[in-house]
Ligand binder design. Structure first.
Ligand code: 5AD
Ligand code: SF4
Length: 444
């Protein structure tokens, strides 16, 4: 272990999903509340928190190369904390393999970082991968800063046990955060500048709660309650499971104006045989029917998804089924991955693992289809007039970047500021972004 001292500055580096980004922000706020300061760009930090992801092999290998890069043999070496899902899954192994790591802290225990840092400053390494009954949320300081678009974790963990997935092991069982806490956090975020909130959860639409008077609430009720916050202009959510979609959520898409016309609904495969082996508990058809119902409620809704190619036993015919499903849906955007065996999951030991080259070839074909559809979606939006939430400056002087209601990246030139909602005409489509022409601003 490097030279013990009390860190004054910190840097949190988050990998993986948006929930990790959210956790990273909250760790930063916690450290700031302890009197530490975020290191500025280019400045060496006294403490580096690697907030890791375990979802696929490539993601989890990153942690060791990052630790290697931070190593120094003199006293300029930073104190290193490994957090996130690799910490949860491989805590002991990290401690053994990487002596320069001072502490390992799981995604449900990071509120205990201050104590662990104190220990490390005294030269003692520690590991905390507890999943305590009193959640970390109760121990974290209130939200103080927010960008134009903010994340809010409302639900964590997963009880679905898809056979390829580590999440039930790294994030634990499904839990919903209490309604009153969420309302308060959303209010704070809106007060601090958030115009859009994306509600996060591994199965976000499985969220349940109750009002202070005991009325029980579903995920759609949560959306309708947040809709009442005047400063908040947009609501999004991710990720959903097809089986937890309710009639109420579908209806909300037709009725709640602040709820954006966008749905990320992973399907993983278009083959019922593969879906069964994945333990997805839906079929290609039942998935398509869910999408249809969303489209009936909100015809312009943009659909996004996740795909895995090369799941054990996937045949050419199975893969063709996936391509067919993609053609049927017409995704506005989607994520696709090669299957990666994760230690401890049932699929890792299944027979008929698909050879690498075949996976590569299938992924290429799949991504070509998805890219084609994404460009087509963007092209079809040209001529639409819509609101854009301005999130940051573009690369060129006078240029701004923001998101359309359909989550397209839109760039435009003219008078604007971060957090503005501006009206644009969508004028020119690329594969990854759309050029907008600014109309008059409609207020911040
Ligand atoms: N291999 C490849 N992709 C995976 N995903 C989850 N686990 C694996 C795995 N073992 C993908 C799924 C999921 C997304 C977050 O990551 O598509 O929806
Ligand atoms: Fe990665 Fe899943 Fe953990 Fe997110 S929850 S950081 S995707 S392993």
């Amino acid at each position: 272990m490097p030279h013990p001292r009390n860190p004054q500055t910190f840097r949190v580096k988050s990998f993986g999903c948006q929930m990790n980004v959210y956790d990273g922000e909250r760790m930063g706020e916690l450290l700031a509340a302890q009197g530490m300061r975020a290191a500025s760009e280019g400045e060496d930090a006294d403490l580096v928190v690697l907030n890791t992801c375990h979802i696929r092999e490539r993601a989890s290998e990153k942690v060791y190369s990052d630790i290697g890069r931070l190593r120094r043999d003199d006293d300029t070496a930073p104190m290193i904390a490994v957090a996130g899902c690799v910490a949860q899954a491989e805590g002991e192994e990290i401690m053994t393999r990487a002596p320069s790591v001072s502490m390992v802290v799981g995604p449900q225990a990071y509120h205990r970082l201050p104590g662990m840092i104190e220990e490390a400053a005294r030269g003692r390494r520690s590991t905390d991968t507890d999943m305590p009954a009193n959640t970390k949320f109760e121990a974290l300081p209130e939200r103080r800063r927010a960008g134009a678009s903010a994340f809010l974790t409302v639900q964590e963990g997963c009880d679905k046990f898809c056979t390829y997935c580590v999440v039930p092991y790294t994030r634990g069982a499904e839990i919903s955060r209490p309604f009153s806490d969420l309302l308060r956090e959303a209010e704070k975020l809106a007060e601090n500048g958030a115009r859009e909130i994306t509600l996060l959860g591994q199965n976000v639409n499985a969220w349940t709660g109750a009002t202070s008077s005991g009325r029980s609430l579903g995920f759609d009720d949560l959306i309708r309650e947040l809709d009442k916050l005047p400063k908040l202009k947009r609501i999004r959510y991710t990720t959903s499971h097809p089986n937890d979609v309710t009639e109420g959520l579908i209806r909300a898409h037709g009725e709640v104006e602040k709820l954006m016309p966008f749905l990320h609904l992973p399907v993983q495969s278009g083959s019922d045989r593969v879906l069964k082996a994945m333990n997805r508990s839906h079929t290609a058809d039942s998935y398509l029917r869910v999408i249809e119902r969303f489209r009936e409620a909100r015809p312009d809704i943009a659909i996004s998804g996740d795909f895995i190619v090369g799941f054990p036993g996937e045949t050419d015919a199975d893969f063709e089924d996936t391509l067919r499903l993609i053609d049927t849906v017409g995704y506005a955007q989607a994520f696709s991955f090669k299957y990666s065996p994760r230690p401890g999951t049932p699929a890792a030991t299944m027979e008929r693992q698909v050879p690498r080259e075949l996976m590569d070839e299938r992924l290429q074909r799949l991504q070509a289809a998805l890219n084609r559809d994404q460009l087509a979606f963007n092209q079809a939006s040209v001529g639409r007039r819509c609101e854009v939430l301005v999130e940051r400056r573009g690369k060129k002087p006078g240029q701004w970047l923001g998101k359309s209601p359909w989550l397209q990246s839109v760039f435009f030139e003219g008078e604007a500021a971060i957090g503005d909602m501006v009206s644009v005409d969508l004028a020119e489509a690329g594969a990854n972004s759309v050029r907008g022409l600014l109309l008059e601003p409609v207020g911040a």
